[in-house]
Every structure is written in C-alpha cells, then in structure tokens.
Write a protein that binds this ligand. Structure first.
Ligand SMILES: [Zn+2]
Length: 658
C-alpha cells in the first residue's frame, strides 16, 4: 500500500465515522503504517491533544510495560477502568498513536472490536453500559513510540549505557500508552509496572512496591500511586541509575523520602545539590500547605531532555540548579495537585511555579534575592507576545513560551500580591490549594479569580480581564511640579499611559507613588482611570524626587517626562561649613545611573563612602557626621567630597573643625 493510498483510506474512515456508521477494523492492525509520522495531521482534535470520549470517567490505569533497549521496543498491556457517564454507552474512544500496534482489546475475557485511527482508538463495547456502570478494558499493544512534542518517549544512552525516559506534556502520553490524553480526567490511582534489563532501575510515580526478579535477566519494577493523577504526569525513566535518598521531616515523628535516581557519573554533584530539596519542601509546605503527596514520596529521576518536568512525585530533570529544583517542586502543588483544566490555562501551572522560584529565594535569602529574581522575570515578561491565555495550543513552541506563559504568569501573581497585600494574597493562595473543588482535580483562570475574590472581598474582574485576556502592559510617562502650600508643599503628579494595543486601551492598576528628599519619604497609592489624570500630594517638605512604582510591582515601563529634573550632575556647597558635629551635602542626578559620593583627605586618600551604587534621578541631600570608613571620627582638617557618575566628576572642599 502506498503512502498516498493509505492517507486517502484514513480520510475515508474518518468521514465514514462522522456519518455515524459502525465500521469493522478495516485497517490491518498488524501493519505499522509507513505514514505514521504524518499521523498527527489527521488527529480529530489536534488542539486539545485528545479525541477521547466524554462518556467514560477514568478511575484507574495499570501500565504493564516491557521495555527493551537493543533494539528499543515497548510491549504494553494497559488496563483502563472507568465509569460510564451516560446511559446506553455502546463504545468508548481512547487516545493512542497508531505508531503503536494494538493486538487485542479484552473485557472480562471477551475480545472487543476496535478501529485504530492515527491517534485515536475506537472500541466497541460488548454491550451497552448504563450510567455509573464500570467499564474495564485490557489493551495489548506493541511498537516503537514516535517521540513528539518535547520527546514523549526517548531511547537514548549515557556513557554507552542505554537510557530511556518519557516526557508526555502536553500531548505525548498517547504516543506510548492508551489513555485519555487530556488533563481534565484524572485517574484516581495508577500502577506502573516496568520490566527491563536487570542492570536498570526505573523511576516512576508514587511508591516502589516491589522489584521482582524474573530469572531471565529482567526485573519487573512495580510502582503505584494512590493519588489522582493526570495522564501527562505519568512517567518512566530507566538506566543504571545511582540512588540516594534524603528525608523531609514534616513532623517530629514523621518523615517522607526524597528518592533520587541519577546517572552514576553525576552522583557526587547530585549529592551536593539535591539535598536542598528538603528546605524547599519546608518552605513550600509552610506557604502552600503540606506537600500534597506526603504518604508516597518526592524525588528526581535524571533524564536527557534539556530541562526538567514535574512528573507527579518524581520530577525528571537534567540539571540540579536551585531555581530548577524549586520550580519543579512547586509544580507538585500547582500543576499536579491542581492541574490546569485545559492547555490554554497553562499559566496556572507555569506562572505559579515560576513565581515560587522567587518565593523560595525570598524565604531563604531575603528580599534582595527575591527582588533580583523578579527583575529578570519582569524584564522577560515585557517581551511576551499575545495574551496569557493561550488560545492557539497547536504547537508546543506557542504553548510553552517562556516570556508569555512563565514570566508573565509570574508577573501577574506578583501584581496580585501587591494589590491584595501579603496577608490576603497568601491566604487566597492557600484557600485555592485547599479548595476541594480543585485539589486533586483541575482549575481554570475563573476558578482562581473566584477564590481570590471571595477571600479578598474585592472584585478582580478588571485585573484578570486585562492581564490574562488582554495583551501588553502599560507604558507610563509622568511629570510633576511642586508648589509651596500651607504647612509644606503640594506636588502635582500627572500620569499618561499607552498600551500599544486595543486590548486593553487602558490598564487600571493601583500605583505606588513615592515622594522623597534625603531621609524623608512619603508613599501614596493612586489608581488612574483616565489618561493624563493629575494627583495632588501634600508633604511637609519639598520633594527632591518623585518615583512611580519604586518597588517594581507592576509589569510596566516608565518614562520620566519632567522639566523639574536636573539636566546635569551637580554638587552643592555643604552647610554648615566649616562644621563640627555634622554637615548637609546636596547633589543632583539627571538620570538613573551608577556612581558614588566619597570623601577624601587633603592628600587624596579615600576616607568615607557616603553613597555608592544606583543613583536615582532628582535632588538628593544627605547628612554626614564626619565619621570615616573605619568607623572613627576623622580629625580636623581640609577634606574634599566628590560625586562620580557616568564618567563625570564634580568635587568641593569642606573643613572639619574638632
Ligand atoms: Zn514548569
């Protein structure tokens, strides 16, 4: 049969099915199609990755796989159990690539007829099933999986030793086992049995219940998870892994194993880096509630895909970097415990996991580490194209866009945190994680919004509409002028906004405005609702500097449009001068730059650093008490103070009299 004829036949089959005719298995099931690499073209629902029927609710899968490596081959026997969701169910559809050959399908010992479409398996049941009735299928199949997406099933090697792994997200589970290839229908429990060469260990989900020596050079590894799991989170990884464990002591009496399977040549590095997972489990359990799969385990299996994947209870990873480990661990709550109900809502998985990288850094190293990490995520999120909700999920490149889904997803949570405040934000997150509607199930953006609204008592529709279903971000420009008024000064701040999109034309966002001069500062929160809106802010002092969103809580760009700003670096004469207890030095900075203000003695030796690092535009004043870098009061004499920035340098002389 030629390729073109086969394609025509496939088209004909699909057409006939649409017309509702019952067909016998016209395709020869033993004939692995030469055109199978094109098979995805005929998938009945390529966007969702699943054409599985909605008339069955999956309760259980048992994967019993024999995996050989020379040559690479999979022989599978998969048991699927579910409940009929309607009356008179005559057939069910599962997802399975027809690169895999199905030999037979049994129910209660009876052979069932089936048709294997390019990525769908239509199975005629032996009788009509009524709603709530159990359906049990046993599917015998074999073949060489065609790896798609990020590498759904790979035969590889390391140091000359065979190495096999899976990475099914988003659509690849059907490439190697029959299932409902969609996150919405989680099985309540899954067994994964893998028979392979006795040299190998197999990493998978849940607990390793037994390893059976078959006496023929193979062993069977029996893994089982009794927590609900989406099909894309089921995984296997096998080679001659080295193994070590760490323990998460979650109560004084109880601990959970963190089981690590790594390449023998990476064992020393893994033993140095993976134990930090313990403190990550501690941090996230405090923030999000106890690790969800506590009665089984957490762990890592090394795989060869360039990155990492949050397989439930056993992350697959290539590297052991801190941010990778915390990201994948956070997915156990956001992605695995609560899974995005469909792929356009992927940001619910990736936004939380990415933001959790920063939350771990904040809890472990403090605010500066958090801030630095978020600066890079916000920078990346500025480059996001399209809406955070990804309507076109037809390619993994479009779906798993780092700027768009990961960084902007994290930025959206970062903004919510600032709008709600830490207490309400973290209570909302906790409430979402604990919600029985979503926990061990799935959620959408609207579900998350609903929880945040009910905890905060605020309507957040505007927020989710513009940030999840809208594009781009606000580009603010502002100007300000101050005038003397009764009791001090009144500063008028005028804010313009452009969005460079019609969706939305204006972002409604609360913005922090900080007025400062020297060690005095005032922060107010304003929410512009029209372009060019003016805000009046009273202070007891003359502000030298006005900043918009100085804490960088908003995904935005800021252009300062201020005639009041200095045009050059300038340094005023200190006052008083000569001085004894202390003196005041003022200086002006025209634009954000890096520089410093230092004090030197008469022969040019550096005696004190008054400022060093980032300089904000505006007028600054500082008080100096005559104390040098060494911490001692400097003696009487002539000193010079010098402002250095962007290669420009201004200096003045002052006299200290003791
Ligand atoms: Zn992720």
């Amino acid at each position: 049969m030629s390729r073109s004829i086969k394609i025509l036949l496939l088209l004909a089959l699909i057409t006939m099915r649409v017309e509702g005719q019952l067909l016998e298995a016209v395709l020869d099931n033993d004939d692995a199609p030469a055109c199978s690499r094109k098979a995805f073209l005929f998938s009945t629902n390529p966007v969702s990755g699943s054409a599985a029927s909605a008339n069955i609710d999956i309760t259980y899968y048992k994967l019993d796989l024999a995996i050989t490596v020379a040559p690479g081959y999979v022989r599978g026997r998969v048991m699927v159990t579910g409940l009929a969701l309607a009356d008179s169910v005559p057939q069910v559809q599962l997802d399975l690539s027809n690169a895999m050959t199905v030999d037979s399908i049994l129910t209660g010992g009876n052979r069932l007829s089936f048709i294997h479409y390019p990525s769908t398996l239509d199975i005629e049941l032996d009788r009509f099933h009524s709603a709530g009735e159990a359906i049990t299928l046993e599917i015998f199949y074999r073949g060489v999986p065609i790896s798609a997406g990020f590498g759904s099933f790979e035969f590889s090697s390391h140091a000359g030793v065979p190495w096999v792994w899976s990475l099914s997200e988003p659509y690849g589970a059907r490439d190697w086992w029959p299932c409902k290839n969609h996150p919405l229908d989680k099985a309540d429990s899954v067994d994964v049995w893998v028979t392979c060469d006795s040299r190998f260990k197999v990493g998978s989900n849940g607990k390793l219940l037994a390893v059976i020596d078959n006496g023929n050079g193979t062993r069977t590894h029996r893994w089982a998870t009794r927590y609900p799991i989406a099909s894309y989170l089921v995984s296997v990884a096998l080679t001659d892994f080295a193994e070590f464990s760490n323990w998460f002591h979650h109560t004084p009496q109880d601990s959970m194993e963190i089981l690590n399977y790594v390449l023998p040549e990476h064992l020393a590095q893994a033993q140095a880096e993976l134990p930090r997972t313990v403190s990550m489990l501690d941090v996230f359990s405090r923030l999000f509630g106890l690790y969800p799969f506590i009665s089984e385990k957490y762990g890592h299996s090394e795989f060869g895909q360039g990155g990492a994947m949050e397989h439930q209870t056993m992350t697959s990873t290539t590297n052991f970097a801190e941010n990778t480990l915390s990201h994948e661990l956070a997915h156990q709550w956001f992605g695995d415990l609560i899974t995005c109900a469909n792929w356009p809502n992927l940001w619910l998985n990736e936004g939380f996991a990415t933001y959790s990288e920063a939350l771990y850094l904040e809890a472990t190293y403090g605010a500066d580490a958090f801030r630095t990490h978020m600066e890079s995520k916000l920078e990346s999120a500025l480059r996001a194209q399209g809406t955070l909700y990804v309507a076109d999920t037809s390619t993994v490149q479009n779906l798993f866009n780092n700027n768009r889904v990961y960084s902007k997803g994290a930025a959206v949570l970062h903004m919510l945190r600032h709008i709600l405040g830490d207490s309400v934000f973290f209570r909302s997150v906790r409430s979402y994680v604990d919600d029985p509607r979503f926990r061990f199930g799935t959620a959408t953006t609207e579900d998350l919004q609903g929880v945040f609204e009910s905890v905060s008592g605020m309507s957040l529709d505007y927020f989710f509409r513009q940030w999840v279903y809208g594009e781009n971000y606000p580009q603010y420009s502002f100007s300000w002028k101050d005038e003397q008024a009764a009791g001090g000064y009144v500063t008028t701040v005028k804010i313009h906004q452009t969005t460079r999109t019609s969706n939305p034309t204006f972002f409604i966002m609360p913005i922090d405005i900080k007025l400062s001069n020297g060690d005095r500062d005032t922060t107010v929160v304003i929410t512009p609702v029209v372009d060019g809106e003016e805000f009046l802010i009273h202070t007891s002092y003359k502000p030298g500097l006005v900043e918009l969103d100085p804490g960088h809580w908003i995904l935005r760009e800021i252009l300062i449009d201020n005639p009041a700003l200095p045009t050059t670096y300038a340094l005023s004469q200190n006052y008083p001068n000569p001085f004894n207890a202390g003196t005041v030095i003022s200086f002006e900075v025209p634009r954000r730059s890096v520089g410093g203000l230092k004090v030197y003695n008469a022969i040019g030796e550096e005696m004190a650093t008054l400022i060093e690092g980032r300089l904000e535009p505006g007028l600054h004043t500082i008080n100096w008490d005559g104390v040098g870098t060494s911490g001692v009061h400097l003696p009487s004499g002539v000193y010079f103070y010098r402002l250095l920035a962007e290669g420009s340098s201004v200096a003045r002389k002052m006299i200290l009299l003791r």
